[in-house]
Design a protein around this ligand. Structure first.
Ligand code: CTP
Ligand code: K
Ligand code: MG
Length: 182
């Protein structure tokens, strides 16, 4: 696969996993998932930054995007001259839900290592959602995963994602949508 093609495929395929975290920032608030409870170390289990509303809205936004991308894939593929993968229904769910789950698991690890809500945890912040979105998808749709995520595409995703994450969160911070630029 040509490198440029790999970047196009990687970005396209990961969009339903990229959007949930940003959607959660816009929709978040209300009851925290951990209900305010603490772990045995005395720190919050997850913290106030992981809410039911943000998680649900993020997942739905990513799933809706996957369906929309699926509908326009033939047109876009023709325009850019690159074959683009479709999103089977199960994948339209595992990519965004996996992304949200990865973010939640990362918060659990942050609280266990004594980091307050909103603190930075370099690399974990940039890759938590990708790793779990891919892992969940690999388990739920192994055939699709093998065909779509070739080694080249996986490498591109692991390099491209932190760059995009830093850029989008920086912009969200400058726009006043996010409290921290990470
Ligand atoms: N958010 C949410 N539910 C989620 C994820 C995010 O409601 N599952 C919202 C919260 O308002 C959160 C904001 O999006 O404060 C930014 O998300 P994030 O940076 O992931 O959370 P933090 O507040 O930084 O908390 P943590 O330290 O636990 O990551
Ligand atoms: K996060
Ligand atoms: Mg944060």
């Amino acid at each position: 696969m040509h490198p440029v093609e790999a970047v196009v495929v990687a970005f396209w395929t990961m969009l339903p996993a990229y959007v949930p975290n940003n959607a959660a920032v816009l929709a978040g608030g209300g009851r925290p998932i951990d209900g305010g409870r603490t772990w045995r170390d005395g720190n919050r289990i997850l913290g106030d930054g992981k809410t039911w509303r943000g998680t649900l809205f993020g997942t739905l936004a990513g799933a809706a995007l996957a369906l929309a991308l699926d509908a326009v894939a033939p047109t876009v593929a023709g325009a850019v001259g690159t074959a683009l993968p479709g999103f089977p229904p199960v994948v339209a769910l595992t990519l965004p839900f996996g992304a949200m789950l990865g973010d939640v698991l990362a918060s659990f690890l942050k609280r266990r290592s004594g980091r307050e809500r909103g603190s930075a945890f370099p690399l974990l912040d940039q890759l938590d959602f990708v790793v779990v979105a891919l892992a969940l998808t690999a388990v739920a749709a192994p055939g699709w995963f093998r065909d779509t995520f070739t080694l080249t595409v996986v490498v591109v995703v692991l390099v491209l994602t932190p760059v995009l994450h830093v850029l989008t969160n920086g912009v969200a911070y400058l726009l006043g949508l996010k409290d921290e630029p990470w």
